[in-house]
Structures are given as structure tokens and as C-alpha cells.
Design a protein around this ligand. Structure first.
Ligand code: HAM
Length: 381
């Protein structure tokens, strides 16, 4: 119900892509296909809208859509989402769009393009939708089967059909920007002015209409190089009527979601070097049963201090244990055997330099944190 109402009854998401099933308690359950209606509902149920005049939220999580899988399009995928509530001012559009742009540029994506449009409001859009429907009817013979259905149900969707024949027809279709009321036109001009001010490069594309029903006025998409057909890494826009539609007070809002899987895929395609797993801080080699309790306590106390630690549990030879330490890319190896138990000290080996020293247990965290033995006061003779 949440997504039927929020995302929209005639959207692809609701018509075909929701994972909806009945759970063992007989309840209808849907795996969320997107985050925006959920965020609005959470704010309404928890009274968040009243707490700050402008409320800004973000989330990261998996979304689920039953779509035909292909490169860059998965049935389970991750989104980073941002939603800002409370202001209808174009300065907030600019702020949110700038954030989306900064996100994709700062992670290092190349070949980015930001496409911007306004799809008007409930006052000016109906006239456009009507003209678009008339246009669709005149070209019904040239459109694909899905688009023929869209003419009645949701003509705006004619504009983002991927079929070549529909794209050719739609090149001649009326353009929403010619239908904007004065307020929407002024809002859009201001958004562009602010984006220019912030040096955010964009192209106005009147064919960007987005596939979800709640949008009003500003909509935008960011695409990146190296992704093939599914190249949108960010999609977003204003949704000034959604909070009211879901039972709240009229609250202007806008936001976006970035597709994390696509960002990673695009970085991979562009040859980005992901940081390599750096290995653990310390491996504890255990020689003999009596050493076990000391090792176990040391591992626990080092982990409490935030270090990543592994220890020997298999009672193997020192050689075999050192091999494991190498495999785990341990920065240090602590060795506990007969000598250490007698002296109450621990032998610590710097795995990079090969240097080995006998140290007090209490010194180990300092040495691990420093990343090496020091030649200063705490170095044992
Ligand atoms: P959306 O355009 O449906 O918008 O999705 C946003 C982004 O999620 C897309 O640009 C894409 O990167 C990624 N994405 C979508 N579907 C898939 C998929 N099947 N596989 C991989 N990645 C995918 C929304 O979801 C809106 N809730 C955004 C929003 C927030 N608008 C306002 N606030």
C-alpha cells in the first residue's frame, strides 16, 4: 500500500517490479523497491517533521526490484539516499543537486553528465499530459505495445521508453518546459542560476521525466561512463505533494538516490584501483598448551583496544603458524612459548622489517599503534 500510494500505481515499479508476498501471519509484505515513501512514512509516524523547520536525512540500504537482470541492473541493489524536507526554495534544490554531483565526482567517477528538467506542478502539468496523450493517439501505429498502453494510463512514460521506434516518434512530442506556469518557470530559472553559481555543470533535457509518480518541478539524473545501457548512477527530484498525499501537512521536499552497485561497476570499468585489504594488526603464535590462556587473554585485550587480531588454535609448529601470519598479512606476530611464560615477556616480530624484540605485554598496544618498534625510552634492551 505504501508504494502503490507513494511511488505510484502506474509506475513500472508498482505494476511489475515489487517483491510482494504473504508472510506466515497472513500479512502482505513487500521488499522495499525504493526508500522515499518509507522515509516519509517514518517521519510521519515518529513526528519528525515538527522538530526542525528543515529536516535533512540520509540512508543507505538494499532495495529490491523484480526487473529483468542485466549489466548494472540487479534485483537486489544498494542505494545511498538523501531527502530534504521543509523548503520550497530553489536554493534547496541547488544544495541537494550539488551534493549529488559532489558525491559522484569525489568518489572519482569519470564522464559524468548531469541532466536537469522541470516537470511542473499539479496546476500546469495536466495540460501538458493532455497534449502528450493527444500526440500519442495520433502516433499510436508507430509506438511499441507498452507505449500504446501508456497513452491512457501515464503518457509521461512515453518519453523515457527505450525502444528506438518510440524514441524517434517522441522527438517530435510537445516539450514540458513550454507548458510551465510562471511560478514553476521562475523556480526552474532560479535552480539553474544557483547551479551556475556553484559551478555544477548540467544540461537541460526535457525528456528526463523520471519513472516515479511523486515528482514535481525539478527532476535530475546523473549518468557516468563505462556502464552501457544502465548508466544512471543518481536519480532524484522534488516531490512537494508526497507528504500531504501520505497524510501529513503540506511539506515541500526533494532528494535523490545514488546506485552504489553502479558506482562501483563504473569505477571498475574506468580502471579505478580499489584499496587492497591491508591485513590484520597482529597474529599470536602459541607454542604449547600452557601458552594458550596467555594468548587468549592477550588477543581479547588487544581486540578491545580496536586491533584486528588472530591467534593459533590448531597447536601447529611455529613454522606453520608463521606461514599463516604471512597469509593473513599480519603487521606483527606475538610469540608465546616456554621462554616467554618463564620471563613474563612476549616476543614480538615486526613482519615488515623482520626485527624481533622481547617486550612487556603492556607495551604491545603502543607498538601496534605506532606501527613499529621505537628506539626511544620504551624500547627494551
Ligand atoms: P531511482 O531512479 O529509481 O530513484 O533509483 C535511483 C538510482 O538507483 C538509479 O539511478 C540507479 O543508480 C539505482 N538503481 C535503480 N534500480 C536499480 C537496479 N535494478 N540495479 C542497480 N541499481 C539500480 C529512486 O529510487 C528514488 N527513491 C530517488 C529519490 C529520492 N527521489 C527523491 N528522493
Amino acid at each position: 500500500e505504501l508504494f502503490v500510494k507513494g511511488t505510484g500505481e502506474t509506475t513500472d515499479i508498482v505494476e511489475k517490479e515489487m517483491y510482494t508476498f504473504i508472510d506466515k501471519g497472513g500479512r502482505s509484505v513487500t521488499l522495499r523497491p525504493e526508500g522515499t515513501p518509507s522515509v516519509v512514512r517514518a517521519c510521519l509516524e515518529n513526528g519528525l517533521f515538527g522538530q526542525l523547520p528543515v529536516l535533512k536525512l540520509s540512508y543507505i540500504g538494499q532495495m529490491f526490484r523484480y526487473d529483468r537482470p542485466q549489466a548494472g541492473r540487479y534485483r537486489e541493489f544498494w542505494q545511498i539516499g538523501v531527502e530534504a524536507f521543509g523548503s520550497a526554495d530553489p536554493s534547496m534544490d541547488a544544495e541537494v543537486i550539488q551534493l549529488a554531483y559532489q558525491l559522484v565526482t569525489e568518489v572519482g567517477l569519470k564522464g559524468i553528465s548531469l541532466e536537469l528538467n522541470s516537470i511542473g506542478c499539479k496546476r500546469c502539468r495536466p495540460r501538458y499530459v493532455e497534449d502528450l496523450r493527444e500526440f500519442g493517439k495520433r502516433h499510436v501505429d508507430e509506438l511499441c505495445g507498452k507505449c500504446v498502453e501508456r497513452i491512457e494510463r501515464n503518457p509521461m512514460r512515453l518519453l523515457d521508453c527505450k525502444e528506438e521506434r518510440c524514441r524517434i516518434v517522441m522527438k517530435e512530442a510537445p516539450v514540458i518546459l513550454d507548458y510551465l506556469c510562471d511560478e514553476c518557470a521562475e523556480h526552474f530559472a532560479k535552480v539553474r542560476e544557483y547551479l551556475d553559481l556553484l559551478d555544477v555543470p548540467y544540461a537541460v533535457n526535457p525528456r528526463v521525466v523520471r519513472g516515479l509518480d511523486y515528482y514535481t518541478r525539478t527532476v535530475f539524473e546523473i549518468t557516468a561512463e563505462g556502464l552501457g545501457a544502465q548508466n544512471a548512477v543518481v536519480g532524484g527530484g522534488r516531490y512537494d505533494d508526497l507528504v500531504e498525499l501520505m497524510g501529513g501537512k503540506p511539506t515541500p521536499a526533494l532528494g535523490f538516490a545514488a546506485g552504489l552497485d553502479r558506482i562501483v561497476a563504473s569505477l571498475e570499468a574506468q580502471g579505478f584501483e580499489f584499496p587492497i585489504d591491508e591485513g590484520i594488526d597482529c597474529f599470536i603464535a602459541v607454542l604449547g598448551r600452557e601458552a594458550k590462556p596467555v594468548a587468549l587473554k592477550l588477543a581479547t585485550s588487544l581486540r578491545r583496544e580496536g586491533f584486528s587480531v588472530e591467534m593459533e588454535h590448531l597447536g601447529r609448529s611455529l613454522r606453520a603458524q608463521m606461514k599463516t601470519a604471512d597469509k593473513l598479512k599480519a603487521r606483527f606476530t606475538a610469540m608465546i612459548g616456554e621462554d616467554e611464560l618463564k620471563s613474563g615477556r612476549i616476543t614480538l616480530r615486526d613482519m615488515k622489517s623482520g626485527e624481533q624484540r622481547s617486550v612487556e605485554e603492556g607495551e604491545i598496544p603502543y607498538i601496534l599503534r605506532r606501527g613499529g618498534f621505537s628506539d626511544g625510552a620504551d624500547a627494551p634492551s
